[in-house]
Design a protein around this ligand. Structure first.
Ligand SMILES: *[C@@H]1O[C@H](CO)[C@@H](O)[C@H](O)[C@H]1NC(C)=O
Ligand SMILES: *[C@@H]1O[C@H](CO)[C@@H](O)[C@H](O)[C@H]1NC(C)=O
Ligand SMILES: *[C@@H]1O[C@H](CO)[C@@H](O)[C@H](O)[C@H]1NC(C)=O
Ligand SMILES: *[C@@H]1O[C@H](CO)[C@@H](O)[C@H](O)[C@H]1NC(C)=O
Length: 462
C-alpha cells in the first residue's frame, strides 16, 4: 500500500483507530483527518475532536508548582492548565462562537482538546483553515471491556454468605483484613455508573458522582448497563456483602462515561478524567479499553499521577495473541491488570503484551474468571448478584491497592507497583506466552502474567 492509502485505511478502521490518523505529524498548519472529511461529505454530521499540541510539560515546568502537594498542587495545576489551554484554544473558540455552535463545544483544560458534537463539513473546513499546528479527527470510542457473562447471566440465585469469594481469597485479602479493610481510602471508577442502592455498596459511597455520559444527568449514582457492569466492578473493589469486595472498608466515588450499550464517546471519558483529577481519589480503577497503542489519554494519566492518584487499567479482552494489550492499559505510568482463573491459569481472552514501546504488559494479573459480585434487575431495587468474567473483573482487584495504601499511608505509586511486582505469585507460563517478547530464563516477568498474580498478603509482608 502507498503511504497515502495506508493512512486512509488506518483512519477508517472504526473510530478506535482514529487516534493513529497521522494527518498532522509533519504539518505546519492544521489538518483534518481524511476519514472525517469522507464521513462528512454527504452532508452528514460527526462528533469531532480538535487536538492541539500538549501543554502539559510546559505547565509542569512552572516553578510555582515546585513545592506544592495535594490539593494546593491540584488547584495550581488546574489554574495553570486552564490559562495555557484557554490561550491556545482562544482562536478556535472565537470561530466556534462565530459559527454559532458553542453549545456543542466542550473545551478541556486537562488536555489541550476541544470536543465538538454533531458538526458539519462547513464548520470543520472553517476550523481547519485556521493557522497553527492542530488536528481535527473523529472522537474515538471506548468500550467497557466486552464482558463474558457466565452461562447463567441472570444469576439470581442467592449465594452463600461466605467470608470471601474465591478471587478475594486467592489474592490473600482476608489475611490482611485484621489489619485493614481499606479504611480511609477512596477508590473511583470510570464505568457505566453504580447502582448505589445495593446492599453491598450503599454504606460506603463517599458522595461524589458525575454522569458525563449525558444519558441520565442523574445527580445520584445509577448504572444503566444491562449487566450492571459498573456495579459489578465496584462490588469487587469494595462491596461489603457476601465476601465480594477486596477492600470492604474503602469508600467509593464514580464517574459515569459509558452508555447502556457499553460504549463511550471520547468527550465523556475526557470529562470523567478531568473530574477525577479534581476529586483526587487515592485510586482510579478503569475497566475499559479504547484501541491499542493509543496514547491519547496520556496527559490525563500524567495529571492524575502528579497529584498522587494511582491509575489502574484493565489490559483488555482481546487475547490471546502476542501484543493484544488494549489502551490505556498498554501505556506507561499505569498499573495494568490481566485476568486469571481459580486455577491460576491465564484467561485466554486476557490481552497479552508487549506494548508498542517494548515494555512488558500487563504489570500484574488478578482473578477475573467467574467472579461473583453485585448486580441488580431492571427495577434496580433488589440486592442481586451475578457472575462475570473478563479483565473488567480483574482490574477491580485495585481493592488490593486500597488495602496497601490504608496499611501504608505514605506509599506512592512506585512503592505500590514494586510491592505488587516483587511479591506476586508466579504460576506456570504457557510456552506460547513465553514466546511473546523477551522472557528471561526465570520466565518472569512475561507478557501474559506480567510480574505475576497479585498477592496482597505478601505485598504487606504478612
Ligand atoms: C443531559 O444534559 C445534556 C447537556 O445539557 C443534554 O444534552 C442531554 O440531553 C441531557 N440528557 C438527559 C437524559 O436529560
Ligand atoms: C451505543 O449507543 C449510542 C447512543 O444510542 C450509539 O450512538 C452508539 O453507536 C452505540 N454503540 C454501539 C457499539 O452500539
Ligand atoms: C480448575 O481446575 C479444575 C480441576 O482440574 C477443573 O475442574 C476446573 O474446570 C478448572 N477451572 C477453571 C476455571 O479453569
Ligand atoms: C528483545 O531484545 C532485543 C535484543 O536485546 C531488543 O532489540 C528488542 O527490542 C527486545 N524486544 C522487546 C519487545 O523487548
Amino acid at each position: 500500500m502507498s503511504p497515502q492509502s495506508r493512512r486512509i485505511s488506518l483512519c477508517s478502521v472504526t473510530l478506535i483507530l482514529a487516534a493513529f490518523c497521522n494527518c498532522s505529524n509533519s504539518a505546519r498548519s492544521g489538518s483534518i483527518c481524511t476519514q472525517l472529511l469522507f464521513k462528512l461529505k454527504n452532508g452528514d454530521k460527526a462528533d469531532v475532536m480538535l487536538e492541539l499540541p500538549s501543554l502539559f510539560s510546559k505547565v509542569m515546568r512552572n516553578p510555582a508548582l515546585k513545592f506544592l502537594i495535594g490539593a494546593a498542587k491540584a488547584g495550581m495545576m488546574k489554574a495553570l492548565m486552564k490559562q495555557a489551554t484557554a490561550a491556545s484554544q482562544a482562536p478556535f473558540m472565537a470561530v466556534i462562537r462565530g459559527l454559532g455552535i458553542s453549545k456543542s463545544a466542550t473545551p478541556f483544560w486537562i488536555s489541550n482538546h476541544i470536543g465538538l458534537n454533531n458538526v458539519d463539513l462547513k464548520a470543520v473546513r472553517i476550523l481547519g483553515a485556521l493557522p497553527g499546528v492542530f488536528h481535527i479527527r473523529e472522537q474515538f470510542v471506548a468500550t467497557i471491556d466486552p464482558v463474558e457473562v457466565g452461562s447463567d447471566p441472570i444469576h439470581k440465585r442467592e449465594i452463600r454468605q461466605i467470608k470471601a469469594q474465591w478471587g478475594v481469597s486467592k489474592i490473600g485479602a482476608p489475611s490482611v483484613w485484621g489489619k485493614t479493610k481499606g479504611e480511609n481510602i477512596v477508590v473511583a471508577t470510570i464505568d457505566s455508573g453504580v447502582y448505589a442502592g445495593h446492599e453491598a455498596l450503599k454504606d460506603n459511597y463517599a458522595g461524589k458522582w458525575l454522569d458525563a455520559s449525558g444519558e441520565s444527568n442523574s445527580t445520584t449514582p445509577i448504572d444503566t448497563n444491562k449487566y450492571g457492569h459498573g456495579t459489578h466492578v465496584m462490588g469487587i473493589i469494595c462491596g461489603r456483602t457476601k465476601g465480594i469486595g477486596v477492600a470492604p472498608g474503602a469508600k467509593w466515588i464514580a464517574c459515569k462515561a459509558f452508555l447502556a450499550n457499553g460504549s463511550s464517546k471520547e468527550i465523556a471519558f475526557r470529562i470523567c478524567g478531568q473530574w477525577i483529577f479534581q476529586q483526587r481519589p487515592h485510586i482510579v480503577s478503569n475497566s475499559w479499553v479504547g484501541g491499542s497503542g493509543n496514547s491519547e489519554f496520556g496527559d490525563i494519566i500524567q495529571s492524575w499521577r502528579e497529584v498522587g492518584i494511582i491509575p489502574i487499567f484493565a489490559i483488555g479482552n482481546h487475547g490471546d495473541l502476542c501484543r493484544s494489550a488494549g489502551s490505556p492499559g498498554d501505556q506507561p505510568n499505569v498499573i495494568s491488570v490481566g485476568s486469571t482463573s481459580i486455577n491460576d491459569t491465564m484467561s485466554k481472552t486476557s490481552g497479552r503484551g508487549f506494548a508498542k514501546s517494548g515494555a512488558i504488559k500487563p504489570e500484574v494479573t488478578a482473578p477475573g474468571v467467574d467472579i461473583y459480585s453485585a448486580w441488580f434487575d431492571s427495577n434496580r431495587k433488589t440486592n442481586l448478584y451475578s457472575v462475570m468474567s473478563g479483565t473488567s473483573m480483574a482490574c477491580p482487584n485495585a481493592g488490593a491497592v486500597a488495602l496497601m495504601l490504608s496499611a501504608n499511608p505514605s506509599w506512592k505509586f512506585d512503592d505500590v507497583l514494586s510491592a505488587l511486582k516483587n511479591t506476586a505469585d508466579r504460576p506456570p507460563v504457557d510456552a506460547k506466552d513465553l514466546a511473546c517478547g523477551n522472557t528471561t530464563t526465570s520466565n518472569y516477568p512475561n507478557n501474559a502474567f506480567g510480574w505475576g498474580r497479585i498477592n496482597v498478603k505478601k505485598a504487606l509482608g504478612m
